[in-house]
Design a protein around this ligand. Sequence first.
Ligand code: SF4
Ligand code: SF4
Ligand code: FES
Length: 243
Amino acid sequence: MAKVTLKVYRGDKEKGEFKTYEVPIEDGMVILDAIHYIQANIDNDIAVRWNCKAAKCGSCSAEVNGKPSLMCKTRLDRFAKDEVITVQPLKTFPLIKDLVTDVSWNYEVNKHITPLTSKDEGEWVIYQEDIERVQEFRKCIECFLCQDVCHVLRDHDKHANFAGPRFLVRTAGLEMHPKDTASRTKYLKEEGGIGYCNITKCCTEVCPEEIHITDNAIIPLKERVVDDFYDPIAKFLKGLFKK
Ligand code: SF4
Ligand code: SF4
Ligand code: FES
């Protein structure tokens, strides 16, 4: 039976190392299947977080050959026949054990974003084209792969100053919602730190939901911040036509 060689990170925040495993391959296997094989047959204490195995719960995020990926969406037949595949935890968040990281920082960031705010009571009537613009942002499964790849968090450790692409997506979904009346540009400029983003598009490249994070969320938000804080005419006109 054909086998694949995986080097899987084993350890906690104190110390760890890559351990090599040989796993028999079956058709259609994904990285998560291989980790489950290891758990069932070789090292049953390997820690891995997962839930749906359908690329929808966002739990099984890891780095596969250095790329932030969902383990349940990464097929083994994508790799060359004799390629050794490395599987390691997300780098941007504190390690708990093996492939499991503590992503709770993200939920704290989320609490600081003003929720949907509307003066309209009762049933909402919304034109389809107005709601379509924000539907893309609702596809987010909070896998935090975009947060992991973003160099502002990953390499510069700006967790205290930058919300990260996932929360710029959430803010865009609120700001562009046809019934929302709140302004989040002050948050974006200050606490959200949108100025740190230099549109490298790495976040868009890893998003499993194929959300156009930079083009459809971050760039329009940056334009709103410029209008509100650096362009007095745009700010005046926006005041006249305020939602
Ligand atoms: S485009 Fe911005 S948010 Fe996305 S990875 Fe690059 S710097 Fe980070
Ligand atoms: S925007 Fe995409 S990559 Fe980022 S958390 Fe949501 S689904 Fe994951
Ligand atoms: S197990 Fe749910 S996204 Fe992978």
